[in-house]
Design a protein around this ligand. Structure first.
Ligand SMILES: Cc1ncc(COP(=O)(O)O)c(C=O)c1O
Length: 421
């Protein structure tokens, strides 16, 4: 271990600690899943870590489509997409184009999509400004640009005033100024200020925007196009858009959405992971087509409304119980601060398991070292009673451990600012 950097050593220790409490690296042992419950270490737990927000992953229509595709095409179609691909790709792309009303490509995952898109679209003479909390997968792709000589810097999370200062400063030195951000941030569930970003796009000619809306997909917007696009009236010609089909959408893979056909063709023909990585199996594409049909129907709005109702209920209950919910946004990721210690965070997640709930113990490196907490996701498989029971138990455990709401929230604010410096 002596070759590890201090931060890697810390990561190793925190991960090992979480594993020893049974809150990280778990394996469910169920023979069949219903989306709501899992069995872990012999205990039946309500799953508050499922990111399939609209409950489509166990929908019988998606399952039937996948089964039919397996019967007809087997488990995989193993050939580079550059030479030959499943006819499902074309159908799926058509459906997604209808949803987004823009040209699309379907990479195998969001991370692979970033790697195909970002290093091609960003030039050597451009500058990238990363939001401090932008997802690691975006950061990884920008490191490829950095390796090719692109200037990369970080701006404090969601600080549009500081972003504007940097746009003005960098515009004299670089060709395009890119801001890279998430639509919905994956740990705290907070949201990108899309309208303000659009104002900057309209105000500064050199300013461009790359957004990863992986956690925003499906639960918001017309046809479920996601949180980021739900906030604006049109697809900005200087925006590059990526999102996941492996969360709210209920299937798998990802989508890149382009401002025009030319950019789509550029990425399709040059994106490294589109050329050199394997295709999505036909069964997954088939399930995706069925999920897209649901998104194109009225049913999606009933599901969205049902989810918003649960999230609103969660937020109200957390306030009623004076719990340290770090953000009160209406988004399906909820984050309850704990003390700064990874150990206490693991203990709380473990005790919640004993009470019948599975939550994410969120410690470094997913959050800054001192910003540990309990991350919970809200999805359509759970009920308001599940939420109430979970939050009563969080209240009880926090009381037993002497976790003080005001202290946690203050500590959280201070540490968040510190970690940016
Ligand atoms: C915001 C965000 N982007 C990208 C990813 C990675 O997605 P994928 O597994 O499709 O690469 C995640 C993972 O959950 C995420 O939260």
């Amino acid at each position: 271990m002596n070759d590890l950097s201090p931060l890697m050593q810390q990561t190793f220790e925190i991960m090992t600690l979480g594993k020893s409490y049974g809150v990280l690296y778990g394996h469910y042992s169920d023979h069949q899943l219903d989306g709501r419950m899992i069995t872990l270490n012999g205990r039946r737990l309500v799953n508050f870590a499922n990111c399939s927000y609209l409950g489509l992953e166990v929908d019988h229509r998606l399952k039937e489509s996948a089964k039919d595709a397996i019967d007809r095409y087997g488990i995989q179609f193993s050939c580079s997409r550059t030479f030959l691909e499943s006819n499902f790709y074309e159908i799926f792309e058509d459906r997604l184009t209808q949803m987004f009303n823009q040209p699309v490509i379907i990479p195998a995952t969001t991370s692979l999509g970033h790697i195909s898109y970002i290093p091609i679209i960003v030039g050597k003479g451009d500058a990238i400004i990363l939001d401090h909390k932008v997802h690691q997968s975006v950061q990884n792709a920008t490191m490829m640009c950095k390796g090719m000589g692109t200037h990369v810097e970080v701006v404090r999370h969601n600080r549009m005033d500081l972003l504007e200062e940097r746009i003005k400063y960098l515009s004299g030195k670089y060709k395009k100024i890119w801001y890279m951000a998430d639509g919905v941030y994956s740990m705290l569930g907070d949201l990108a200020p899309m309208k303000e970003i659009y104002n900057l796009l309209n105000q500064y000619e050199q300013f461009h925007f790359y957004v990863d809306d992986a956690h925003g997909m499906s639960w918001a917007g017309k046809h479920g196009v996601g949180y980021a696009l739900s906030q604006v009236d049109y697809f900005h010609p200087k925006m590059c858009f990526s999102t996941s089909l492996a969360k709210g959408f209920g299937a798998h893979a990802a989508v890149l959405v382009f401002p025009d056909e030319m950019q789509k063709m550029l990425i399709k023909t040059t994106g490294t992971t589109l050329i050199f990585s394997g295709p999505v199996p036909p069964m997954v594409l088939a399930a995706g087509i069925t999920a897209a049909d649901i998104h194109l129907s009225e049913e999606i709005y009933l599901r969205q409304d049902g989810l918003i109702d649960l999230i609103t209920h969660f937020n109200q209950k957390a306030i009623e119980l004076d719990l340290p919910l770090v953000r009160h946004d209406v988004s399906p990721i909820r984050f309850m601060g704990t003390t700064g210690s990874a150990q206490i965070c693991s203990e709380i997640a473990f005790e919640l398991q004993q009470a019948g709930f599975f939550v994410n113990a969120a410690s470094y490196p997913s959050v800054p070292l001192k910003n540990t907490g309990i991350r919970m996701t809200i999805h359509l498989h759970i009920t308001k009673d599940d939420i109430d029971n979970l939050l009563y138990n969080v209240r009880r455990i926090y009381d037993e451990k002497g976790v003080n709401t005001e202290e946690v929230l203050n500590n959280f604010k201070e540490k968040q600012v510190e970690s940016v410096n």
